[in-house]
Design a protein around this ligand. Structure first.
Ligand SMILES: [Zn+2]
Length: 273
């Protein structure tokens, strides 16, 4: 989660449809062929009003689109192996229960890998991150569901810190280190895995938080910076969100054409009087 999801106006939607009509996204993907990590939060069958959710039907359409044009691989394989194909890795932050209900069945059926980032405190205490942050009651996965998912699919679980507080605010006096260690211990104790990927809550980080996380043993640190996969331990991801995000909008986002900078420019053009 970073900036508030923008409202898509009618004119902006038209412009996006026009770009889609000329297959601009496909052209860009063919020309550039950049590996990309996508971030989802919640996949919903009933709208909750949560900005970072995607409707279940739209999620299925998005996966159809991705499968037709990319190789969908695990985060680990995207970062450690080479390929001639353009690849996509799917990630899901916050480990919401609707992942089990609305995303997992489709991913399992198609044998698609994905990585879910777990804020372990909320699973341990059966409490809700969104109730704390935004007054929306959205339950999380249980350890039992995670066990079931791991046993039956190519989906893995990694760390999203323990308490889902800003890493930058916690970087002093060993607070972040203790929080990260708690998340590692919790995933080890409850799922029998040692996480090597960390997704920063709210995408917030700096060079000190990177150092603390690397010292805790994490190998890759995931931010929400809109960029394709590069070198080094810090990797950006593209945020997929908002119920009213249409398929054309999604295609342009995946092609790297609708990052925050571009969205702002587009809105300036659209709303200039
Ligand atoms: Zn999060």
């Amino acid at each position: 989660m970073i900036a508030p999801a923008p409202h898509i106006g009618r004119l902006e939607r038209r412009l996006i449809q026009l770009l889609d009509l000329f297959s601009v996204a496909n052209l860009k993907i063919k020309m550039m062929g950049q590996d990309t990590i996508l971030t989802y939060h919640s996949v919903e069958s009933t709208p909750s009003g949560y900005r970072y959710s995607v409707a279940k039907e739209l999620f299925a359409e998005q996966i159809d689109y991705l499968q037709a044009r990319f190789e969908i691989v695990s985060l680990k394989s995207l970062l450690t192996e080479k390929s001639d194909q353009t690849r996509i890795a799917l990630t899901f932050d916050d480990a919401y229960a609707d992942f089990y209900e609305n995303a997992y069945p489709l991913l399992r059926e198609r044998n698609l890998p994905a990585t879910v980032f777990v804020p372990t405190h909320f699973i341990e205490t059966d409490s809700s991150l969104l109730a704390r942050d935004e007054n929306i009651e959205k339950p999380h996965l249980t350890w039992q569901q995670m066990h079931e998912i791991m046993a039956n699919s190519a989906i893995t679980f990694q760390s999203h810190t323990h308490t889902h507080r800003s890493a930058v605010n916690q970087q002093n006096a060993g607070v972040l280190e203790a929080d990260l260690q708690q998340s590692i211990d919790s995933l080890t104790d409850n799922l029998g895995i040692k996480p090597d990927f960390l997704a920063y809550p709210y995408g917030l980080f700096n060079s000190q938080t990177h150092q603390i996380a690397l010292d805790c043993g994490f190998q890759t640190l995931l931010t929400m910076q809109d960029q394709p996969v590069g070198r080094g331990p810090v990797q950006g991801r593209l945020d997929i969100y908002q119920r009213n995000q249409t398929l054309p909008y999604f295609k342009l986002t995946v092609a790297g054409l609708l990052g925050p900078g571009m969205r702002q420019k587009l809105r300036k053009i659209v709303y200039r009087r």
